[in-house]
Structure formats: structure tokens, C-alpha cells
Ligand binder design. Sequence first.
Ligand SMILES: C[S@@+](CC[C@H](N)C(=O)[O-])C[C@H]1O[C@@H](n2cnc3c(N)ncnc32)[C@H](O)[C@@H]1O
Length: 198
Amino acid sequence: MNRLGPEDYQSNRHIRKILQLARTSRGDIFYDLGCGRGQLCVVAVAEFGVKRAVGIEMHRGRAAKAAQRIQELGLADRIEIRNEDFIESDLHDATVVYSGLGEIDEDVMFFERQVRSGCRIVSLFLPFVGVLPAAADYPFYLMKVPFRKTRDFSLWSSKVLFKEASVDELYQELDTDREYRYDKRTFKRLMKERFPKM
Ligand SMILES: C[S@@+](CC[C@H](N)C(=O)[O-])C[C@H]1O[C@@H](n2cnc3c(N)ncnc32)[C@H](O)[C@@H]1O
């Protein structure tokens, strides 16, 4: 599935929120899946001192611009930009991963297979459906591998909305969140699959 979206970038304030939520520090190797201009990698290296950062960007022009920017900033020895679909990329050394992309069917299995135990994954707007976040700083959620999963919708939604809510109330919240754009059909299908008693 093609997830190329608009060039919608996080502010430095939000980038710091993401990296702080994952308690990112000098021992980490940071990956941004869908890195656009590469700013998350720049902040991860320049402000959080990570050993290495990798930005993966499927859009050729955006990846080229990011790589050029990293060169100009003199950070090419610490930041690698890969022009590919992250699902085809090698993430084995990642310790912190940010994905601002909406979840699709294969994501949970992909991360379970691809990243090492202990890796922290930060998502935007929602954790993966059925995965319990370890922490949150809305709109960001932190998940740790191996994932803690639940088939109990009430438990999951209470961690997502920070209150008890019915399925309809959850959909209503998502629909009224001005910032949140999502593929409703995929999301509803994932909800039905992962919460069979819902
Ligand atoms: C909205 S931008 C976010 C950039 C940056 N992560 C930020 O938050 O500031 C998302 C980027 O992800 C890229 N993208 C979408 N699906 C992708 C995929 N499967 N693999 C790699 N890049 C992808 C898009 O081309 C787009 O540039």
C-alpha cells in the first residue's frame, strides 16, 4: 500500500517531545520511518547525541533534499538517508523508531520480526490497534518490543483516550480531532480483527 502523503512536518518542539518520550540518549540508534526533510534525525543527533540516525524516505525528491541538507549541515557521518519503502529496509540495529504513518495490516508483524527486543517505537495519534502503550504524550504514544497486546477493547481504549469509552465514542473522538487524518476503512477492519468481542 502506498502511504505517500503531504509534506507535513513536525515542529522542533514536537520532535523533542517524541525523542523525550522514548528517553532517547547517546547510546541510541534512531530511525525515522518516512523522514521527509530529515529534521527528526538532525535533532536526534544534534540535541540528543544519538550514535547514529537513519531517515527512510520513499519519495525520491524528498530523500535527495534530505541527504543534501544533511551534507550541508556536516552530519553525513552520523545520519544516513535511505530512499526506500521502510517495509523493505533493514531496521535490525534500531533502538528508537518514530513512525508518523498510519498503521496498515502488516506493521505489527513487521516490527515484531524486524526490530530487536527492547526497541522503543513512537507512533503518532494512536498506538497500533491492540498494542498497549508504555507511555504517552499526546499526540505521541510509546510502545516497546516485544509488544504488550490485548484483545480487550475497553482496556486498550482507556490507554488511548485516557478515559473509559465505548467504540462509538472512540470513533467520534477520532473524527473530531482536527489534526488526525486516517484511513477509516483500514482502521475499522483492524479494530474488528483485533477485538473480536467488541
Ligand atoms: C508527513 S511526512 C513526515 C516527515 C517527518 N517524519 C516529520 O514528522 O516531520 C511523512 C513522509 O513519509 C513518507 N512515506 C510514506 N510512506 C512511506 C514508506 N512506506 N516508506 C518510507 N517513506 C514513506 C512520505 O513520502 C512523507 O515524506
